[in-house]
Design a protein around this ligand. Structure first.
Ligand code: HAM
Length: 423
């Protein structure tokens, strides 16, 4: 019986994993330069945490959580990173130690969505959360950091959209204005949108259904009903982005699918077409009420999450897996142990070494060394070892030398150094 991975969950094999690592190291470097430190929280949390923060009426909580029960406790695999991070912040009373906290995380998230290109049931996010700063300078700094990160990853065809949802009062006012527009059109809405109309009308702005798109046409813009303080916050964010020369577009229809947002919202999409319909590379925004609603301090927060799979689909192809510098080919028996010793010595000196201890013929070993694009192949035959020497084949220069075992490391280092200098 053969087993397959669970629907919508992927293996990431060597050869592919190098691109993940390249992304991860660029992400870490970028956010650490901006003062973020890594936090690692559990993949399983209490289901109630997501109901309270991600929101009961969100698609994610309503339909997409992987849930399980253990000893009477209802748990869920995290569908996103923000609630767990906020819970950890509150549980650790981190605010008592510092006024502003910048955290980042990388890891798997789980949503039972219909899988397609760029949309999986286990996917990975890299995200940041910033606690204790009400912006708008921090908001501009985060958006600008993300524009820089994508540029560094070679992703240049992007669309940056921003919006403001205002605070509770602005949103209540907007809700009424939007309902005033949508109620007379209720019959034209999709079934799903009609059900949402009274509990979460803003989400209809997000709908991709052509009936809903037509109904929201001409709807009032939230930006027109923002309270003066919210409007000023958004104006200052925009002027900070303008001052930085960071590109963005205003999108008053941007609402995003999570309940906790207020004020600043942003989403970056790929315009290259390589992602098809799942082109949202990252999304985020302000969620000033979450810490308090989780029993923590009344501190503002802002953050984002980016889908690593989607970033990789948008990233230009890079180098394949790095080739070993040295291929060690022991020819049977005693030579295998000498091969182990030699490979260990080279690796300790920081040289990428592949040992093939299977004991094949010289021809097959050389073929394997070639296929791996190794620079040098060390042939350890019984007779050479009896004389205390090793044959070194320079596969690029097509040369062969015999070197005493004691001088092997120095010789390999010198040859590799010379080749490096040539390239
Ligand atoms: P989100 O928009 O739900 O926000 O997800 C962020 C990103 O995760 C998306 O833009 C997308 O790239 C990726 N993503 C989401 N679902 C999938 C999926 N099924 N397969 C592949 N990629 C996916 C959040 O999760 C918020 N926690 C962001 C945030 C942090 N807001 C404040 N802080």
């Amino acid at each position: 019986m053969q087993f397959r991975a669970v629907k919508g969950m992927n293996d990431i094999l060597p050869g592919e994993v190098e691109r993940w690592q390249r992304f991860e190291s660029t992400f870490r470097r970028t956010v650490e330069l901006c003062g973020y430190s890594e936090v690692r929280t559990p993949v399983l949390e209490s289901r109630e945490l997501f109901v309270r923060s991600t929101g009961e009426t969100t698609e994610i909580v309503e339909k997409q959580m992987f849930e399980l029960e253990r000893s009477g406790e209802r748990l869920a695999l995290r569908p996103e990173g923000t609630p767990g991070s906020a819970r950890a912040f509150v549980a650790g009373s981190v605010h008592a130690r510092e006024p502003v906290t910048r955290w980042y995380y990388l890891g798997p998230m789980f949503r039972a969505e219909q899988p397609q290109r760029g949309r999986y049931r286990q996917f990975h996010q890299a995200g940041c959360e910033l606690y204790g700063d009400k912006g708008p300078v921090a908001d501009a700094e985060m958006i600008d950091m993300l524009v820089g990160l994508l540029a560094e990853l070679g992703i240049d065809q992007i669309d940056v959209r921003i919006n403001s949802l205002g605070g509770t009062e602005s949103r209540a006012k907007y809700r009424e204005a939007l309902l005033g527009h949508l109620r007379p059109r209720a019959a034209e809405l999709s079934d799903h949108a009609r059900r949402r109309l009274e509990d979460n009308p803003l989400r209809i702005l997000d709908s991709k259904d052509p009936r809903d798109r037509a109904a929201v046409e001409g709807a009032p813009s939230i930006l027109d009903v923002l309270e003066p303080e919210d409007s000023e916050h958004f104006g200052r964010l925009r002027s900070a982005l303008d001052a930085l020369g960071t590109p963005y577009q205003l999108d008053p229809g941007l609402v995003r699918g999570l309940d906790y947002y207020n004020r600043t919202l942003f989403e970056f999409s790929s315009t290259s077409g390589s992602l098809g319909t799942q082109n949202a590379l990252l999304g985020g925004g302000r969620y000033d009420g979450m810490l308090k609603s989780l029993g923590g301090p009344d501190l503002p927060s802002i953050g984002f999450g980016m889908g690593i799979e989607r970033i990789l689909l948008a990233m230009p192809e890079t180098q394949p897996a790095p080739a070993p510098s040295v291929f060690v080919a022991p020819m049977g028996g005693q030579a295998a142990e000498a091969g182990l010793r030699v490979a260990r010595e080279l690796r300790r000196a920081g040289i990428r070494t592949e040992l093939d201890g299977r004991g094949g013929s010289l021809k097959s070993l050389l073929r394997r060394a070639d296929a791996l694009h190794a620079k040098l192949c060390l042939v350890l035959g019984e007779s050479e070892l009896a004389r205390g020497v090793v044959q070194i084949k320079d596969l690029a220069a097509h040369q062969q030398t015999e070197v005493a075992l004691g001088e092997l490391l120095a010789h390999v280092q010198a040859t590799l150094g010379r080749e490096e200098a040539l390239h």
